[in-house]
Each structure stands twice: as C-alpha cells, then as structure tokens.
Write a protein that binds this ligand. Structure first.
Ligand SMILES: Cc1cc2nc3c(=O)[nH]c(=O)nc-3n(C[C@H](O)[C@H](O)[C@H](O)COP(=O)(O)OP(=O)(O)OC[C@H]3O[C@@H](n4cnc5c(N)ncnc54)[C@H](O)[C@@H]3O)c2cc1C
Length: 320
C-alpha cells in the first residue's frame, strides 16, 4: 500500500519505518524546510544548539531497542542521570530524525491544507497546489493543528474524531538561543532547571553539552511567560528574555534569537497511542497520544516514537 505520512517528526519517521518493514510504501510530507519537527537544532555562526527537545529518557523495551541502535552508531550518548539516564545527540537532536527520514520519499515545504478520505483511499492537498493521493494515511501534527485541518476538510462522518482531537490542548514555549562572548556554566552537566529567575524554566549550555565550541545557551521560558510573549514582536520578546537572563548571571551577549513553539507539550493527552477517523484509512498519531499504561502521563520523545509505531501497526492490522 502507498501510505502518506503527514508530518516528518519523530512519530512520522517511526511510522514510516514500521510500515516499510511490513512491505508497504510510505512517503513523508512536511511543511518545514527539513524533517525533525520539535527535534530541532539550529546552526548559529560556527556552532549549533538544540532548541526543541534537549534529551530523552527511556522507559519501554520497544524504545530501548531503537536507542540501542542509535548508541551503536554513535548517534546518541548518555548525557547524565542514573535511574532513567538522559540521552542526547552529539550532532544535534534534529539529525536523528533527518537521518531516518532520508530513507523515504520526503516532500518538504508542503503545508497540507485539506484532506479527503474514502473507504479505501485518501488524498492530501498542499497549499502549493500539490496533491498527494494514497491508499491510507497517518497525520502526526500537534492535534490542535490536525483539528483545524479536519474542520477545513469536513470529511463526512468524522465529527466525533474532530471532537476528540479538539480536546487535546497544548502549551506554548519560547526558547532563546543566546550566543555569548564568554562561556557560562549551567550546572555541572550543562543543564540547569532550578533556582532560576521568574519566567525561566531551564538553561542549557550547548558548548558544555558538547554540541559546539561556541558558547551558546538555549534558554527555555515557562508556559506562562511564553503565553504572554507568544504574539509579541521578536525584539520585545528578546528584550524581556534578556532581562530575565541578566537576573541569573552577568553575561556578555553577542546574539539572541527567539524561537516560538505554539504547540510545545500537551496539557491534555489522549488515552491511547493513536486515533482512527471512524472506519476510514486515516489515522492520527504523535506525542499527545499516550499508551494507556504509560506511567509518565507526559508528551515527550518516547511517547512520539511509541505512537508512530503503534499507529502504523494498527493500520497494517486493519488495512493489510
Ligand atoms: C521547547 C521544547 C522542549 C522539549 N523538550 C523535550 C525534552 O527535553 N525531552 C523530551 O523527551 N521531549 C521534549 N520535547 C517534546 C518532543 O520534542 C516531542 O514530544 C516530539 O519531538 C514530538 O514529535 P511528533 O512527531 O509527535 O511531533 P512534531 O515533532 O511536532 O512533528 C510534527 C510535524 O508535522 C509538521 N506539520 C505540522 N502541520 C503541518 C501541515 N499542515 N502540513 C505539513 N506538515 C505539518 C511539522 O512541521 C512537524 O515536523 C520538547 C518539545 C519542545 C517544543
């Protein structure tokens, strides 16, 4: 079967890998300039820094198997922590997804704006005018964006599905990428998440983490702070972020870039690793879709991976 996977983040690439292993022909579509989604790494000058997920932990055997493969190839390494160690990607979190996506037919800079679905086929339409027909599909956008798309598409018989998607709300996050003139230490491992000024959730020193030789901080602002500045101009958000940062330490800032995530982490998750649009060959997956027995109750790298795999397996079981 030709299977369209909308969204080339973690859930998308793991769904593609699962479908390909079962003999299907998945292809990926993403609105971004590269695959990765919230596994995001930015090049800044001679350096680079993660500005989405910084690390991940492993709580299931399924994910541990995948992580072991990454470890063997040197794509990830243990960062710190004993009980549930935190793993990081020395070349940036983004490379993990990009490398997996490169095995598939990947359509970038294609924003899906409308879908059609029938008993044995689907069709995705992008704002560029491109049309992607397929036998089945998995959509892995953050659910608020999927709900919007479903509204626009008005696929008959999917009212209940849309209602479920609408219940999955997300919080925003603003992240500052701050290049310094001199390195600044953030805790003993390069990550600090306590005793910080109001508004700052955590600070990661990309150089201390081993990603770059240039001193760059990724400064994660709290959800409340981020909500306040989400629709403000870049200069205003950057100035406020810089003021908060100055309360932490005296720093000589060379450059400050602001990255906004309107949908960073789910406030309301779905109990179940995937969702199907009634009996249509159209599935929804992503980090907000949690296994019923997921003890953490939180969206994260692992939940995205498990959801992508589970949605693909459900599709294979029901449609061949
Ligand atoms: C600031 C931040 C910090 C985080 N920190 C951590 C952490 O430290 N540890 C951890 O485990 N997790 C962390 N996470 C969460 C983790 O990054 C996510 O759980 C995971 O990457 C989500 O993967 P996904 O595939 O479900 O979604 P995404 O990565 O969001 O992928 C969805 C894809 O869909 C695409 N898309 C959306 N709309 C359209 C459209 N209309 N047409 C085409 N394409 C579209 C997007 O471009 C994107 O590539 C963090 C997230 C953020 C934002």
């Amino acid at each position: 079967m030709q299977i369209a996977i909308a969204g080339a983040g973690l859930a998308g690439v793991f769904a593609a890998q699962t479908l390909a292993a079962a003999g299907h022909e998945p292809f990926l579509i993403d609105k971004g300039r590269s695959a990765g989604g919230r596994m995001a790494t930015r090049r800044i000058g001679q350096g680079r820094a993660d500005h989405g997920a910084q690390f991940f932990t492993v709580r299931t055997e399924i994910f541990q198997k995948e992580v072991d493969r990454w470890l063997e190839r040197g794509q990830v390494k243990k960062w710190f922590g004993d009980d549930h160690p935190r793993y990081m990607a020395p070349d940036g979190m983004n490379t993990l997804v990009k490398q997996m996506a490169s095995a598939f037919d990947l359509h970038l800079e294609e924003k899906i704006v409308r879908m059609e679905a029938e008993a044995d086929s689907i069709l995705l339409a992008a704002d560029s005018g491109s049309i992607f027909p397929a036998d089945a599909g998995i959509v892995t956008f953050p659910p608020p964006q999927t709900a919007e798309l479903m509204h626009r598409s008005a696929i008959p018989g999917t009212k209940e599905t849309v209602k479920t998607l609408e219940m999955l709300t997300f919080r925003p996050a603003i992240v500052g990428l701050v290049t310094l003139k001199q390195p600044a230490e953030a805790g003993s491992h390069g990550m600090l998440d306590r005793d910080l000024p109001e508004g700052i959730e955590k600070i990661i020193a990309a150089d201390q983490k081993g990603l770059t030789s240039e001193p760059i901080l990724s400064v994660y602002m709290t959800a409340d702070w981020s909500r306040r500045y989400l629709d403000e101009p870049d200069e205003k958000a950057a100035e406020a972020l810089n003021n908060s940062l100055a309360e932490w330490k005296q720093l000589e800032v060379k450059d400050l870039q602001v990255k906004r995530w309107r949908y960073s982490e789910a406030e309301q998750t779905h109990a179940g690793a995937w969702l199907q649009a009634e009996s249509l060959p159209l599935y929804f997956a992503g980090d907000a879709f949690l296994h019923r027995d997921d003890a953490s109750g939180r969206t994260r790298v692992e939940s995205a991976v498990l959801s992508g795999i589970a949605a693909a397996e459900a599709l294979i079981k029901q449609h061949g």
